[in-house]
Design a protein around this ligand. Structure first.
Ligand code: NAD
Length: 349
């Protein structure tokens, strides 16, 4: 068994469930923290356990930090649409809870802190590959909340606290907790189930990364000897900077009979490609999975019927949150304050 112990927030999530399994299989002792807002997937662990807890109330469970060597902070309201549904909840979860968790780690002597940020921070890169010093043009509360969190973490860096930040590309691929609200996953699902891939605009650039490669990048970061107390990496690879229309064409080539439907309206305002030189040099990280092979695997899994129509609420953060807000709105005392209503629903289990 590895003698390191890692606490992962957002452990039931799309990335968290993969990372928990990988850390466990490599002998790490793990503690997975999640409040089950989006998922309750618990991969079986030989050397770990799960704690049902809310990162917004980390003082309640902070003593657990005494037992761990490192924190990987993944828990968040993830995605532009979900954050747009309740901006108050997004700021509380993505930013304020990161501030509280930073304080808790400092108090409980956890020096090594790994944060899942996003390449969405770049927003627009005007045809150039965005590097770490490129200006950020966030297009959503989601990206803004991640940028504020990065600032907070970096301003706390020092001997007692070493934040390392991975700005992840858009993830894709199979995970124990599936999401069909991510571009490659949803386009593949539509190609298989409807024979159609709808592309809005399509010329926007976006970097992509397989969810298992993202987990591998975190493990490389955990195992690296840091040269400086603070580090930020774009996480992905130049080879997986794609235009959305390129992705649609890859999927159409893999899924027999699938047609691409182009729409000019509703194009996502984000359009960025990214420079990934640093992560290869510093962590020796290069993704091992590519879009073509993984779309094939995804298409097979969707075709097997394992995920039904792939349109279930549980596969979309936006729809999960919307459903929760609908439920709590009707019978709660907070008709105009979804955050308060959601909090109440959580307290009531
Ligand atoms: N999926 C992507 O394409 C992508 C891209 C860039 C960055 N990221 C980042 O990676 C991380 C993981 O994303 P994901 O795709 O696994 O998302 P996810 O929604 O599947 O996982 C997030 C997890 O956080 C949990 N959570 C939410 N609020 C919580 C709270 N208050 N307390 C405890 N747990 C809470 C949810 O229940 C969920 O299990 C996020 O920080 C996200 O911003 C993801």
């Amino acid at each position: 068994m590895n003698n390191r112990s890692v606490l992962v927030t957002g452990a039931h999530g799309y990335l968290g469930s993969v990372l928990m399994g990988e850390l466990d299989s490599r002998g790490y002792r793990t503690v997975g923290v999640d409040n089950g807002l989006m998922s309750d997937v618990r991969v079986p662990l030989r050397h770990g356990s799960y704690v049902d807890a809310d990162i917004r109330k980390c003082d309640d469970w902070a003593p657990i930090l005494d037992e761990v060597d490192a924190v990987v902070h993944l828990a968040a309201i993830v995605g532009d649409p979900a954050c747009g549904l309740d901006e108050d909840l997004a700021w509380q979860t993505n930013y304020l809870a990161t501030v509280s968790l930073t304080e808790a780690c400092r108090r409980h002597g956890v020096r090594d802190f790994f944060f899942a940020s996003t390449c969405s921070n770049y927003g627009l890169s005007f045809g150039e590959a965005a590097g770490l010093h490129t200006a950020l043009h966030p297009q959503s509360v989601y990206a803004e909340s991640k940028i504020y969190s990065e600032h907070h973490l970096l301003s706390n860096a020092g001997e007692g606290f070493r934040p390392r930040i991975l700005r992840l590309s858009t993830l894709y691929g199979l995970s124990p907790r599936m999401r069909f609200d991510l571009s490659i996953n949803v386009m593949t699902a539509h190609a298989v189930n409807r024979g159609e891939i709808t592309v809005n605009g399509g010329f926007q650039w976006r970097p992509f990364l397989h969810v298992r490669d993202a987990a591998e990048a975190f493990i490389r970061a955990i195992e690296a000897r840091p040269a400086s107390p603070l580090s930020v990496w774009n996480c992905g690879s130049a080879a997986q900077n794609h235009r959305i229309i390129d992705i649609a064409e890859i999927i159409a080539a893999e899924v027999q009979g699938a047609q691409i439907l182009r729409r000019e309206a509703d194009a996502d305002s984000r359009d960025y490609l990214v420079d990934f030189a640093g992560i290869g040099e510093d962590l020796g990280f290069t993704p091992s999975r590519g879009v073509v092979e993984e779309v094939r695997l995804l298409a097979q899994a969707v075709g097997s019927g394992r995920f039904g129509s792939c349109a279930g609420t549980e596969y979309s953060n936006n729809e999960t949150l919307r459903a929760l807000m609908r439920t709590v709105h009707t019978d709660s005392a907070f008709p105009n304050n979804p955050t308060a209503a959601i909090r109440l629903a959580h307290q009531n289990g």
